[in-house]
Every structure is written in structure tokens, then in C-alpha cells.
Design a protein around this ligand. Structure first.
Ligand code: NDP
Length: 329
């Protein structure tokens, strides 16, 4: 059986996570990693070949699917449609409010080229979106709850690093256990932003910086921290490196709802939980599974822009359809 030939575009945290997943997949091989940097300045963990982005088009016919691992803010809006015009693609675009617009731009490029692109693959958006869709379909009379953490939020960490006097920082989003318990108990609570999560910040201050002012600037920052109970801990650069350099994450998706005739209702709780030691490695594994699906479906003649809602489980699994039905149904 010929292996699925994969390219990775962008070599950051997610790029390395995809590399690990491809190395472990028996039906896939990594052809090359494409980067905008000087390829000589970067070394891949697996020894895979590094190629400059300018040469990507010459890999048409040699790569079945490109896994796009650039950032959602500025990389993917440009790279997504550009590369979809040349290859099948999978990406983890996660700016929730802009997904419809992004999908449209990738869809237009993929349709014209006859390629298949699956956008916004990961765990949220991604696996959590699937669980929310299943929950709402099965229990239409109910409520959705999503809690994130305990985990590092890159966006919030970046926001703290922009505060004057901050040398380095990391931010954890932490779900409030009592709120999760109330949802689990089927109370259907109406929860405000502040009642669902707290934010823990670990900050390395520049020498001589005014710590009280830094703390005030963080906890009152609109959009990022003002709506939450936020704690700020000042630590040394060494402590930051030793205790906060891993990238754990996770979260919970709940659907609570009721069935039955009025006055005789029964209550139900669906809970889907993730506890991740490494957010990038887990996200990379999801991207690898969807890369397999993209190639299989493309070979069946499917093209255009798709999301996780459009992809059948039989295309994702390394097991064939028959084995999947026999073993897991
Ligand atoms: P990184 O910042 O680590 O990498 C983004 C890009 O930056 C890389 O593709 C790389 O491009 C470039 N880069 C990486 N390291 C360096 C460096 N040392 N110097 C210069 N450039 C560098 O981002 P992540 O991999 O952590 O995340 C990528 C995206 O994945 C995020 O925007 C996030 O939105 C998304 N994500 C989605 C999830 C989901 O559940 N859907 C979960 C987690 C993340 P190049 O090689 O071309 O220079």
C-alpha cells in the first residue's frame, strides 16, 4: 500500500506536533517541512527535509496533502487560500468569529483548483465542535456549556507580555470546579463569564519595574482580564522556564437537556472531557487524522472547503470501514 505523502507548512509548536503524529502513523510519510525562514537556520526533530516556502509549488504531485501549521491571526488567512490552490490542505484556524469568512476564501480557491481543504481542525474548534453538534441534535431541549483548562492561553500570555515593564509571562485559564459541578448535577445554571473561569498569570517583571502598576494593568485589561477574577504571581525567569514551559490544556463540553412529556420529563447530561499533557501534540494528532481523510475523500472526487462537520468517521480512521464497523460499532 502506498503511504499518504504529507507536507507540513510552518514549523512551530503545532508543526512539531504534526511531525510527531506522522512519524507514528504507519500509513503516512512526511515528505518535507516548508518554512518561510532560511531552512538552514532550522532543524527538524525527525530529521525531515526543510524546504523554503518559495519552492512549495514544485512539490505538486509529490505531496498528497499539506498540513498548514501557521498562526491563525496573520499566517493562515494568507496561506490557507494560496496553498489550497495547489494542494489538498488541512489547518487549525481557530479565530471562531472569522471561521465562516475564512472557509469561504479557502473554499473558493479549492473549488477552482479541484483540491480538498478541511479548515479549523483541532479540539476547539474541532472535536469540541463535533460534541456540541451531537449534543444539540440529540437533546434539542437543553443547554451547551464549554469550559477550557487548566491550560495555557497563548493570546492572553501575549497580551501580558505587551504590558510595560513585563519581560516574560504565561497565563493559565482555569475552569471553576463549582460551576462544572452545578452543570454536572443537571442544575442548568445561567453562568456569567466570571463564574466559569479564573485566570492565573505568572509574570517575570523587568528589573526596577513597578509591580503594583503591572498587576493593575493586567487585571483591568478590557476583553482579556477585566471580566474575570485574575491573580498575578511574580516569578523569576528561571522559575518560568522550569515550571511553566510545558503546554498542558484541556476542557469540558457539556450538553444538559430533558426528554419526555410535560410533567414527566427525564434529565440527561452529556460530558466530554480532555486532559492534555501537550496541546500541540494532541492538536497535531487530530490534524494528522484529518489529513488522512482529506486524501481519501479527494481520491473519491470530493473537492472544495470543508469543516469537521462534513467529514465521515470512516475517512478519518486508520482502520478500514469494514474493520471499524466490526470492532467499534
Ligand atoms: P507558533 O507561533 O509556534 O508557530 C506559528 C508559525 O510561526 C510557524 O508556522 C512558523 O512558521 C513560525 N515560527 C515558529 N517558531 C518560530 C521561531 N522560533 N522564529 C520565527 N518564526 C517561528 O504557533 P503554534 O504552532 O503554537 O500555533 C499555530 C496555530 O494553531 C495557532 O494560531 C492556533 O490558532 C492554532 N491552534 C488551534 C487549536 C485548535 O484546537 N483548533 C489548538 C492549538 C492551536 P515558519 O516555519 O514559516 O517560520
Amino acid at each position: 500500500m502506498q503511504k499518504i505523502r504529507v507536507g507540513i507548512v510552518g514549523y512551530g509548536n503545532i508543526g512539531r506536533g504534526v511531525e510527531a503524529a506522522i512519524s507514528a502513523a504507519e500509513d503516512m510519510e512526511l515528505v518535507a517541512v516548508f518554512t518561510r525562514r532560511d531552512p538552514k537556520s532550522v532543524t527538524t526533530r525527525s530529521g525531515a527535509k526543510l524546504v523554503h516556502m518559495d519552492e512549495i509549488a514544485s512539490y505538486r504531485g509529490a505531496v498528497d496533502v499539506m498540513v498548514l501549521c501557521g498562526g491563525s491571526a496573520t499566517d493562515l488567512p494568507v496561506q490557507g487560500p494560496q496553498i489550497a490552490a495547489l494542494f489538498n490542505t488541512v489547518d487549525s484556524f481557530d479565530t471562531h468569529a472569522k471561521i465562516p469568512e475564512y472557509l469561504q476564501s479557502v473554499d473558493a480557491a479549492a473549488r477552482q483548483a479541484g483540491t480538498l481543504s478541511i479548515v479549523s481542525v483541532g479540539w476547539d474548534p474541532g472535536l469540541f465542535s463535533i460534541m456540541r453538534a451531537i449534543g444539540g441534535s440529540v437533546l434539542p431541549d437543553g443547554n451547551d456549556y464549554t469550559f477550557w483548562g487548566r491550560g495555557v492561553s497563548q493570546g492572553h500570555s501575549d497580551a501580558i507580555r505587551r504590558v510595560e515593564g513585563v519581560k516574560n509571562a504565561i497565563q493559565y485559564t482555569v475552569p471553576i470546579e463549582q460551576a462544572c459541578e452545578r452543570v454536572r448535577a443537571g442544575e442548568n445554571p445561567a453562568l456569567t463569564t466570571r463564574q466559569k473561569h479564573v485566570r492565573e498569570c505568572y509574570v517575570v517583571a523587568q528589573e526596577g519595574a513597578d509591580r503594583a502598576r503591572i498587576e493593575h494593568d493586567i487585571v483591568t485589561m478590557p476583553n482579556y482580564f477585566a471580566d474575570y477574577d485574575t491573580t498575578v504571581h511574580f516569578i523569576t525567569e528561571q522559575e518560568l522556564h522550569e515550571k511553566h514551559s510545558r503546554m498542558p490544556h484541556g476542557g469540558f463540553v457539556f450538553r444538559t437537556g430533558k426528554t419526555g412529556f410535560t410533567g414527566e420529563e427525564n434529565r440527561h447530561v452529556i460530558e466530554y472531557a480532555l486532559k492534555l499533557d501537550s496541546n500541540p501534540e494532541f492538536t497535531g494528532s487530530i490534524l494528522a487524522a484529518y489529513a488522512r481523510a482529506a486524501v481519501r475523500l479527494s481520491r473519491e472526487g470530493v473537492s472544495g472547503g470543508k469543516t469537521v462537520f462534513d467529514i465521515p468517521l470512516t475517512a478519518l480512521s486508520p482502520l478500514g470501514r469494514d474493520e471499524l464497523i466490526k470492532n467499534l460499532l
